[in-house]
Write a protein that binds this ligand. Structure first.
Ligand SMILES: [Zn+2]
Length: 89
């Protein structure tokens, strides 16, 4: 049986689009930067992040997904990480 560890996140608009649509294109390298940050913070677990898009409003905290420290609107996302603890390796 697999259990999941669920974590509520607040993510930047770039991550919202990446998680929801798999892409974000504003003519800059924002998507690339966010994807790199996501990979660094979450590694393989990045694929377990899902965005539900609920607006959380303006925040001065870093994005929970990519670590971007720019202030701006944040949106709700969820990390649902399979918990493999306890299984024999
Ligand atoms: Zn982000």
């Amino acid at each position: 049986m697999t259990t999941f560890e669920q974590t509520e996140l607040s993510v930047c608009v770039v991550c919202l689009h990446l998680l929801a649509n798999g892409e974000f294109n504003d003519g800059t390298n924002a998507a690339e930067t966010a994807a790199t940050g996501m990979e660094r913070l979450w590694g393989d677990n990045a694929r377990h992040l899902t965005a539900d898009g609920e607006e959380l409003g303006y925040s001065t905290w870093p994005c929970d997904s990519c670590g971007d420290t720019d202030h701006g609107d944040r949106y709700r996302a969820t990390a649902l990480i399979p918990n493999r603890g306890g299984e024999p390796s």
